[in-house]
Design a protein around this ligand. Structure first.
Ligand SMILES: NC(=O)c1ccc[n+]([C@@H]2O[C@H](COP(=O)([O-])OP(=O)(O)OC[C@H]3O[C@@H](n4cnc5c(N)ncnc54)[C@H](OP(=O)(O)O)[C@@H]3O)[C@@H](O)[C@H]2O)c1
Length: 319
C-alpha cells in the first residue's frame, strides 16, 4: 500500500494511505469482527490504527493495545487523540496543560505502550492562544511520549499560527491534521457538532499549497455514496451529513459511473478521492461487514487522475 511521509525535526513516519478506525473493538459484540478487519488490514500492508481517549467510552485504546500486544512495535502506527471536550460541558477542547498531559498519560497506560506515533489534540479551544498549547505538546515529544503531533478539527489558520510560533521558538510543530473530508459537501452545523472542522475549498487550498498531510475522517461519507449509488438504506448519520444536499446525490451517481468504468466498487472510488489529489491524503475508515472491507480496501489499487477527480466534483468529462 502507498504511504505518506509525515515528519518533524525529531521523527519521520511512513503512514499507509488507508488508516483503520477503532471499528468497535471495545464492544464485545463487534470485537471478533474488528480483530478480523485488523488482521486483514495488516496483511494488505496497512499500518495505521486510529483511536482516541474518548472512543468506546475510554475502552477503545485498551482494546487496541491488547490486540497489538506482541507485534513488533515498529510494524504499526498508533494514532490517538487527547483533549476532547467534556460532552456535558460547553463544546470546547480541554486543552489546559494538566488536561493534555493527563489525557496523554492515560492513553499510553491504556494502550500499554511507551509512545504514541501520532498524538492529536482531538478538538480546538479557539480562545486558548497557541503560545500556551505548543510548549505543552513539545514537552510530550521531548519526554518520548509522542513522536508526531497532530491537530484534529483545527482550522488551517490555527495550525499555521501554531506552527509559526513553534518554528520561532524551536518547538515541535503539528505535522498532520484530521478533518472531516470526503467527496461530499456538508457543514459542522449539519453534522450537529460545531466542534467539527470540515474541509472546504479555502482549507483545501492551504493544505495543497503547503503539502500538509491530512488524515480524512469519515473518508467514505459513512457509506452515503456507495449506498445511494446502490439504492440501499443508509445509517441516519450518513443521511444527516449528506442526504440534505442534492449535489451529494449527484456526486454519488457520478462516483457510480466512474466506478463502473474502472471496474471498481463505488466506496473504493470515493475513498480514492482523498488519496489521489494534491493534498497528501490518508483516509481513515471503518467497516460493518467483510464485503465492505474488501470493497473499500480496493482504493489502494489505483489512483484517480486530476480529470477523474474533477468529474466527481462537477461532472466535467475526465480527459
Ligand atoms: N478526528 C475526529 O474527530 C474523528 C471523527 C470521526 C471519526 N474519526 C475516525 O475516523 C474513523 C472512520 O470514521 P467513519 O466510521 O465515519 O468512516 P467512514 O469510512 O466514512 O464510514 C464507515 C461506515 O461506512 C459504511 N461503509 C463502509 N464501507 C462501505 C461500503 N463498501 N459500502 C457501503 N457502506 C460502507 C459502514 O456503515 P454502515 O454500518 O452504515 O454500513 C461503515 O461503518 C473512525 O473510526 C475514527 O477513527 C475521527
Amino acid at each position: 500500500m502507498k504511504t505518506v511521509t509525515i515528519s518533524n525535526q525529531h521523527h519521520t513516519i511512513s503512514m499507509s494511505q488507508i488508516a483503520i478506525g477503532d471499528n468497535g473493538i471495545s464492544d464485545p459484540a463487534t470485537q471478533k469482527f474488528a480483530h478480523w478487519c485488523f488482521d486483514q488490514y495488516l496483511e494488505r500492508g496497512g499500518n495505521c490504527f486510529d483511536t482516541a481517549r474518548v472512543y468506546g467510552g475510554g475502552l477503545s485504546e485498551a482494546a487496541l493495545g491488547a490486540y497489538l500486544k506482541g507485534k513488533p512495535r515498529d510494524s504499526y502506527i498508533i494514532s490517538t487523540k487527547c483533549g476532547h471536550h467534556d460532552m456535558a460541558k460547553p463544546p470546547i477542547g480541554r486543552l489546559s496543560e494538566r488536561e493534555i498531559l493527563s489525557d496523554a498519560d492515560k492513553s499510553l497506560r491504556s494502550l500499554g505502550c511507551e509512545y504514541a506515533d501520532v498524538l492529536f489534540l482531538h478538538r480546538d479551544d479557539i480562545y486558548k492562544p497557541v503560545e500556551e498549547i505548543m510548549p505543552v505538546l513539545h514537552k510530550l515529544v521531548t519526554a518520548g511520549k509522542a513522536r508526531i503531533l497532530g491537530a484534529s478539527n483545527w482550522t488551517a489558520g490555527r495550525i499555521a499560527a501554531a506552527n509559526a510560533f513553534a518554528a520561532q521558538n524551536g518547538l515541535t510543530p503539528f505535522s498532520v491534521s484530521q478533518v472531516l473530508w470526503n467527496l461530499g459537501l456538508t457543514t459542522a452545523a449539519q453534522t450537529g457538532d460545531l466542534t467539527h472542522c470540515v474541509m472546504d475549498e479555502a482549507e483545501h487550498r492551504w493544505y495543497a499549497e503547503n503539502r500538509f498531510p491530512v488524515m480524512a475522517w469519515t473518508s467514505t461519507g459513512k457509506g452515503f455514496f456507495a449506498k445511494t449509488a446502490a439504492g440501499l438504506p443508509m445509517s441516519s448519520q450518513a443521511a444527516q451529513y449528506y442526504a440534505w444536499l442534492p449535489e451529494n446525490t449527484a456526486r454519488a451517481m457520478r462516483a457510480k459511473s466512474l466506478a463502473d468504468a474502472l471496474h471498481m466498487p463505488v466506496s473504493a472510488v470515493v475513498l480514492n478521492y482523498v488519496l489521489s489529489g494534491p493534498v497528501p491524503g490518508i483516509g481513515v475508515t471503518a467497516f460493518s461487514n467483510e464485503e465492505q472491507f474488501h470493497e473499500t480496501m480496493r482504493a489502494s489499487e489505483f489512483t484517480l487522475s486530476a480529470g477523474q477527480r474533477r468529474f466527481l466534483e462537477c461532472g466535467l468529462p475526465a480527459e
